[in-house]
Design a protein around this ligand. Sequence first.
Ligand code: ATR
Length: 283
Amino acid sequence: MRKWYAVIGDPIEHSMSPLMHNAWMTQENRDASYIPIHVLPENLEQSVASLKTLGCSGWNITIPHKEKIIPYLDELDESARKMGAVNTVVRQQDGSYKGYNTDGLGFVRSLEEVIGNGHRHKHVLIIGAGGAARGIAFALVATGYTHITITNRTVSKAKAICDELDVEAIALSLNEAEEQLNQFDILIQTTSAGLNHSDFALPFSMNRLASTAIVADIVYNPLMTPFLNEAKKKGATVITGLGMFIHQGALAYSYWTGTYPEAEVVKDLLLEQLGGNLLHVNR
Ligand code: ATR
C-alpha cells in the first residue's frame, strides 16, 4: 500500500520539507508521498490521534509543536528525551509511534560534510542556549567533540546545558566570548540573530575572530546571515544553515525508510525555493 508521511506545524505553508522529501521519494522510486498539514495548537492532540488512526508512516514536527507533542507519543528516543523536543515521529512495526530529534545530529552531519571529521579536538563556541543550541551541544559531544564553550545573553541557561554534558564545558557571557573570540576554531550561531524581521543582527562584535575559524549559522533564510557576512569579511570559512535543514530531514528519512538520501539531490531545488522567498521578503 502507498505510504504517506507528513509535516505538521503552525504556520506550515512555507515549509520546504514536502519539496525535499518528495524529491528523495521520487528519486528512489518509492510508492510514497509527503504532505504538509496545518495543525493549530488547540488541535494538536486530536491531530496526532488522527495521524495514528489513519496509519501515517511517520511525520515531522515544526514550530510550535516540538515540545507539546511529547505526551501524545508512545515512546521517545534518547535524542528527544535529552532535548525535551521531537522533530520526527516514526511508526514502528507494532504500530506504535516513537519520537526522535534529528536537529542536533543533522547539524553535526552538515558541519562534517564541509570540514570532515578531523576537527573533533578543536575549540567550539556555541552562541545561544535555547533548544537548538542544546541539541547541537549534545550531538557534538555524542560525536566526539571534546572542547565545548557556550555563550548566551542569559549565562545561567548556558551553564545549565554545560552541566548536563558528558564533557567539561564552559559557560561565558556574550562580553567574555567577544573578548576571547580568537581562541575558538569553530563558531556555531544558534540565536535568532539575523532571522528575517529579527530585532538584532549580531550577537556580538566579530572584531577578534580568527581568519582560520570555521563559522556556522543555523538560520537558512537568509542564507548569508549578517553573522556569516561578518565572518566572511574576516576570512573565515562559512557554513550556512541549509545543510542542517537537509541533514535533519535526511536523518528522518533514513529512520523511516532505512536509506540515507543524497543531500545533493535536493540542494539546488531548495536554493531555488529560497531565492524566491528572499525576493518576496525583500519586496
Ligand atoms: P531555539 O529553540 O530556536 O533555540 P529559543 O529556545 O527561543 O530558540 O532560543 C533563542 C536563543 O536566542 C536564546 O539563546 C536567546 O537568549 P536568552 O536565552 O538570553 O533569551 C537568544 N536571543 C534571542 N534574542 C536575543 C537578543 N536580542 N540578544 C541576544 N540573544 C538573543
